[in-house]
Write a protein that binds this ligand. Structure first.
Ligand code: NAP
Length: 541
């Protein structure tokens, strides 16, 4: 379809939040269109089809809550679903709820311009498609804009190279190939053991070692599934009131210092063996706030790594020592450390000896040359802000969003940016984003935005905005919440440290999803405090 159609709402992205936004906003009786860059639905779970890609939150809860029939009928074969199962689920939802007819695929939005005389957004996509809309719902993902470091010589490489999040649909055969993999974050640690199984040789280029816990993925136990399905409503209600939008049972949650060293060890051993992954990080209440408490847990994990890796020198290289556990996103793996016991896997420290260039035949560090047939970039994302800034967004006075965010992103409640009216971000900077379970938190944010749009329409308003003063106040709340934690003590993508030149700002609201919900809701019920409309709007909710 071509031409500049007019819509009430344009949704950018048909990932999990975008799909739900179609379903929810359609019920307001407004005209809408969704533009999606890929040729299918699923967002993160459409793009990230690298070997080993798998969610690290149990699928019974990492799934939609909005339809009881859907959650009762859908079967998750494994606790932690692989990419293919999550993509199949997204397709099922798109078909079951008739969402596909609203989506235009292979339509990557690359221009969003607000026309202040019309109070409408003008949308343009790479394929020439144009449209206008009163409202934009930007559901374009926190981890979408890929980061391929600017190593000199990449264009001269005669082999194949891939970024993990733009993986070919037909897969990549590794048989008989010398593979180099750069990056040991969540993605790299999932890909390494799988690639190692088929590649002739795998060289892993590690700059910073990762803390990783065993995922203990397994086939879904029927009793466990039944317990969820019998209690779905109650558990979802608990998730919507939880700080991480997650369901948690049997929380011990006391300080490390309430226990003797022997008791701590017993608790950590039990948690390690408990087959519940991320709950390990909630063994004690002060892991995220006290460096001393954190060190107890970090040392326990380092000892586990030393036990898993046979070569002591390699084990030491794999032990994270420069930042607290949890200050970077904790990883969950299936046989990652054990992969280094294989004869065909080699670990190279590119912190000590950085990558100097990609050559026609491989890769050169400051001390060594490596012949490679395939290079895998597991080098992450221009996270949280990248998908917005790469869309070339201009607001009032023609101001570019990139200029506005030169010193770091500013938002009001993680949704609105002052001077960019009628634009709502889902999982935007200043929202709980990746620190809450993203499907559930996304559903709540979409509901909140749908409520704002409904209020606007009922009141006959044309413009919703915020003011820099309210962004400043919200940014202070975001900073204060992070200030109590150890999150600022690592060079992570949470603070933009992985992208050269990106301002170092903690971009996520860590005060808890429950508190965040409360803050958003009370601002609306307090007469829309902090929102700026083209004419006053009564407090209807
Ligand atoms: P990431 O956490 O940013 O890791 C990127 C890796 O590439 C890091 O080890 C980084 O080293 C390395 N790197 C980047 N630039 C480099 C350079 N110039 N030279 C050498 N090494 C370089 O990215 P990710 O692993 O894709 O994960 C991103 C996020 O996606 C995760 O934190 C998680 O939220 C999500 N994710 C989730 C799952 C899951 O649910 N199971 C799986 C995958 C990803 P430094 O650490 O030194 O910067």
């Amino acid at each position: 379809m071509t031409g500049s159609e007019e819509y009430d709402v344009v949704i950018v992205g048909a990932g999990f939040s975008g799909l739900y936004a179609i379903h929810r906003i359609r019920r307001l009786g407004l005209s809408l269109r969704c533009f999606e860059a890929g040729d299918g639905v699923g967002g993160t779970w459409y793009w990230n089809r690298y070997p080993g890609a798998r969610v690290d939150i149990e699928s019974m809860q990492y799934s939609y809550s909005f339809d009881e029939g859907l959650q009762q009928e859908w079967k998750w074969p494994e606790y932690f679903s692989p990419q293919a199962d999550l993509e199949a689920y997204a397709n099922h939802v798109a078909d079951r709820f008739g969402l596909r007819e609203h989506i235009e695929f292979e339509t990557r939005v690359n221009r969003l311009r607000f026309d202040e005389a019309e109070n409408r957004w003008h949308i343009a996509a790479e394929n020439g498609r144009t449209a206008t809309a009163k409202y934009i719902v930007a559901a374009c993902g926190s981890l979408d804009a890929t980061n391929v470091p600017a190593f000199p010589g990449l264009d001269t490489f005669r082999g194949q190279w891939f970024h993990t999040s733009k993986w070919p649909k037909d897969g990549v055969p590794f048989e008989g190939k010398r593979v180099g993999l750069i990056g040991t974050g969540s993605t790299g640690i999932q890909a390494v053991p799988v690639i190692a199984k088929t590649a002739e040789h795998l060289t892993v280029f590690q700059r910073t070692p990762a803390y990783s816990l065993p995922a203990y993925n397994r086939a879904t136990d029927p009793e466990y599934e039944q317990a969820w399905k019998a209690n779905y409503q109650d558990r979802r209600t608990a998730m919507f009131g939880n700080f991480a939008a997650s369901y948690m049972e049997n929380e011990q949650y006391r300080s490390v210092f309430d226990y003797t060293p022997e008791e701590r060890l017993r608790i950590l051993e039990e948690a390690w063996a408990a087959r519940n992954g991320l709950l390990f990080m909630r063994t004690f209440s002060d892991i995220g706030t006290s460096l001393e408490a954190n060190t107890v847990v970090a040392e326990f994990v380092r000892d586990k790594i030393r036990g898993l890796v046979k070569d002591p020198a390699v084990a030491e290289m794999l032990c994270p020592k420069t930042y607290p556990i949890g200050a970077k996103r904790i990883c969950m793996d299936t046989g990652y450390f054990e992969a280094y016991n294989r004869d065909n896997v080699k670990l190279v420290d590119v912190r000590a000896n950085p990558i100097a260039e990609i050559t026609p035949t491989g890769l050169r560090t400051t001390t060594g040359e490596y012949d490679l047939d395939i290079i895998v970039f597991a080098t992450g994302f221009d996270a949280v802000t990248g998908s917005m800034t790469r869309m070339n967004v201009t607001g009032l006075g023609g101001r570019d969003l990139r200029d506005k965010w030169t010193d770091g992103p500013t938002t009001y409640l993680g949704f609105l940016v002052a001077g960019f009216p009628n634009l709502f971000m889902i999982h935007g900077p200043g929202s709980p984003g990746v620190l809450a379970q993203m499907i559930t938190a996304g559903e709540w944010q979409v509901d909140f935005v749908a409520g704002l749009i409904a209020d606007m329409e009922a009141a006959g308003r044309h413009r919703i905005d915020t003011a820099p003063e309210w962004e400043r106040r919200w940014n202070l709340e975001v900073e204060e919440a992070a200030g109590h934690t150890l999150y600022n003590k690592a060079d992570s993508w949470y603070v933009g440290a992985n992208i050269p030149g990106k301002p170092r700002v903690f971009m996520i609201y860590i005060g808890g999803f429950d508190r965040y919900k409360q803050r958003c809701t009370e601002q609306v019920t307090n007469g829309y405090e902090g929102f700026v409309f083209d004419a006053p709007i009564g407090a209807s909710r």
